[in-house]
Each structure stands twice: as C-alpha cells, then as structure tokens.
Write a protein that binds this ligand. Structure first.
Ligand code: SAM
Length: 284
C-alpha cells in the first residue's frame, strides 16, 4: 500500500470588514479542508455561516500556538489539508500564525498562501503616499516612552512609515507624531472596506484637531501612515509652541480645539494654552 501524501497548510486571508472581499479561491479552500485553525473559532464561525460551510475548527492564538503545532502536524500527516485563518485579514500580519508556519515549513510540509485582504496594503493603496519604499511597524508599544523611542527611529527614514493603532491610543499617537515629526504628512485610513471608511489627510496636529472636534473620527480601526523624511529635513523637527498654535489657527481650527491639541502635543494646562491661543487670535 502506498503511503498517504501529507496534506497542505493553506494560509488564508479573510475580509477586514466587507465579506464580499473574500476571494473565490479562499472560499473554496475553506469549504473543502478537513480542519480550520482559527484565531477565534466563535468569531470565524460567522464567516463560515456566511459561506454556508461548517468545517471542524480549532483555535490557534498567541497563547497556544506552539502547542497546536503537533495537532496540526498529525492532521497533515494523515493526508488532510488544513486552513489557517485569523479574525481578519492576512494571518501572521500583526496576528497569530508565525510559529505554526515556521515550524511546519521547517519540517518540510507544504505551506500554500491564499492572498487577500490586509489592512496595511489596503490603506497604502489609496493613501497617495509613496509606496516604493515603506516600513510596517505593526502595533507600536502601548506605553508613551516606548512609543516615542520607536518614533525617534522614523525621523531619518525616507520611506513611508506605517503602523496599526487602536481607537484608545490614536490621539496619543498623533500627539507624539506632532511633537517628534512636526509637519510631516499623515494619512489615517479608518474602518477600511466598512460603512464608515474614511481617509483623513494632514499634519498630525491638524488631524488631532479634527478628532478633538469630532470624536466619531476616533472610532473604529486605524492604519496610520506617515510620509518619510525629506533628505534635507531628516532631523530635529520639534514643534514650537507659537508655530503650532499659529498653524492650527491659520487652518481655521477653533481656539478651544487648538488649545486641546497644544496641551496634548506640548504638555501643560489646557487653560494656559487657551489663553495663548486666544491672544494669538486677537493679534496680541
Ligand atoms: N491581520 C490583519 C491584516 O492583515 O491587516 C491585521 C490584524 S491586527 C490584530 C488588527 C489591526 O489592523 C487593527 O487594530 C487596525 O489597526 C488594523 N485594521 C484591521 N482591519 C482594519 C480596517 N478595516 N480598517 C482599518 N484598519 C484595520
């Protein structure tokens, strides 16, 4: 009797919002594999219902990934195909899957990518920033000091910088960007492929002012893209207080919002900034 040929691990990209973005090839794979390894099986059950399929599913997430390798390996050795998916987008991109793919590839299994949605590529494709060279940073450190240390490394890089950010930290990130990178162009891609898809474009301080004015602009999921350094202005672009306030007021931002932005970017009491902004506006 001939040996059973080992199955393949399919790394399948799934939608980041709009279910119509699932490719026919991805749907076919999910409909025929013996097992789907999903970041969150309950979350992915919705996608399976949408497709009208009910594969066996097992969870593979950051906390059990290493121990799941053996189970997936046994399945593949039995000749069964397995699909790896995450909650949204492309597995391994700020999502689980790296350990599984590395281990199984090292052990000689066939790993087949099924390409599709990915928030960072979706965002870059429509932002209008240079894409010939870009750096993707995933999620930046949550703590202010760690985040600012990472942003320092963006100062001299001439490529476009891209990261993911949660709605809770988007204002802090914009404030740090304004303080460290001054008036670089920033594009926020929000709720991509969903009902409230929005692209906001401006300096970090301007975008912060927009969000201060309309808190709805801070809701949902974000890809943050920042123009690279120009050759001449790669170092020391710290914002000065009057420059920031004047720029915001010049853009038609209200005194209150401008004060809010300045307090976030440069520190200090909002009241003090309000007084400064008011006197600048009055031409004192
Ligand atoms: N694997 C996913 C991919 O391929 O893009 C990324 C998963 S990561 C855990 C989730 C983050 O990706 C979100 O916090 C957000 O920064 C970004 N993201 C995912 N979907 C998005 C969307 N529809 N619009 C904007 N950003 C999105």
């Amino acid at each position: 009797m001939s040996e059973v040929k080992a199955g393949s691990l399919y790394v399948v990209a799934t939608p980041i919002g709009n279910l119509e973005d699932l490719s026919p090839r991805a749907a076919a794979v999910l409909g025929r594999v013996a097992l789907v390894a999903a970041e969150d099986t309950r979350h992915s059950a919705r996608l399976m219902r949408h497709l009208g399929v009910a594969p066996a599913m097992v969870s593979v997430h950051d906390h059990n990934e290493a121990s799941r390798v053996e189970l997936l390996k046994r399945c593949l050795l039995d000749g069964d195909d397995v699909a790896l998916i995450s909650d949204a987008g492309t597995p391994l991109i700020s999502d689980p899957g790296f350990v599984v793919v590395r281990e199984l590839r090292q052990q000689g299994f066939s790993i087949v990518p099924i390409p599709g949605p990915c928030a960072l590529i979706t965002a870059l494709s429509a932002a209008g920033l240079p894409t010939s060279s870009f750096t993707f940073h995933g999620f930046l450190p949550a703590k202010g000091s760690g985040r600012r240390a990472r942003l320092e490394t963006w100062r001299a890089d001439t490529g476009t910088q891209v990261c993911y950010e949660s709605p809770h930290r988007i204002k802090d990130l914009l404030a740090d960007l304004a303080a460290l990178l001054g008036d670089r162009q920033v594009v926020l891609g929000r709720e991509l492929t969903k009902t409230f898809e929005t692209f906001l474009d401006g300096t970090a301080a301007e975008l912060l002012a927009v969000i201060e004015e309309d808190p709805n602009q801070a809701r949902g999921e974000f890809v943050v893209m920042v123009a690279g350094a120009t050759e001449v202005a790669s170092a020391g672009q710290a914002v000065e207080e009057d420059t920031l306030l004047r720029a915001l007021l010049g853009e038609g931002v209200g005194v209150k919002q401008a004060a809010g932005v300045a307090a976030r970017v440069l520190g200090g009491a909002k009241k003090t900034w309000y007084a400064k902004a008011q006197s600048l506006k009055d031409g004192d």
